[in-house]
Design a protein around this ligand. Structure first.
Ligand code: RP5
Length: 166
């Protein structure tokens, strides 16, 4: 079995709909990953165990998503030496998403969490690929192609818009 390079963790199975978007990106870039539930509040011992051991099993980047009082990414970052990307999730217990955004974003000095936009697990997946690409030229080439596709897609839309205005 291939060892995961990225670990996607989330506070609850109710975050899966959002967090699976990170998995789709990693699949697209052929990056091995695992996806699992680690709850800061409901399984605190599992959180500590996960955070102390992720790097020992070869994981290089952690993506952590949670909603409401979202302590998961920050607590993992407090323990693990790996880069942690935080995904604020607008969950059922979230007032309006800001609670989750601020819990993940406003980390104290010394414990960074790279926070993406609300529900934007796709960007978390891409950022993980970008971090891994620093030491992987093939991944870097794929990212260059990905970016040129973003650009050509916009140019096609532009063409369509211009034609419709003719
Ligand atoms: C958070 O509480 C989870 O990350 C989830 O976003 C939210 C709600 O969890 P459930 O009550 O749906 O399990 O800890």
């Amino acid at each position: 079995m291939v060892k995961p390079l990225v670990s996607i963790i989330m506070g609850s199975d109710s975050d899966l709909n959002i967090m699976q978007e990170a998995g789709k990106v990693l699949k697209e870039f052929n990056v091995p990953f695992e996806i699992t539930i680690v709850s800061a509040h409901r399984t605190p011992k599992r959180l500590v165990e996960f955070s102390e051991n992720a790097h020992k099993k070869g994981v290089q980047v952690i993506i952590a998503g949670a909603g409401g009082a979202a302590h998961l990414p920050g607590m993992v970052a407090a323990i693990s030496p790996l880069p942690v990307i935080g995904v604020p999730v607008k969950s059922s217990n979230s007032l309006d998403g800001w609670d989750s955004i601020l819990s993940i974003l406003q980390m104290p000095g010394g414990v960074p969490v790279a926070t993406v936009a609300l529900n934007n697990a796709k960007n978390a997946g891409l950022l993980a690929v970008q971090i891994l690409s620093v030491a992987d030229n093939k991944l870097r080439d794929k990212l260059i192609s990905y970016k040129s596709k973003l650009s050509s897609d916009v140019m096609k839309k532009l063409e369509r818009v211009e034609k419709s205005l003719d």
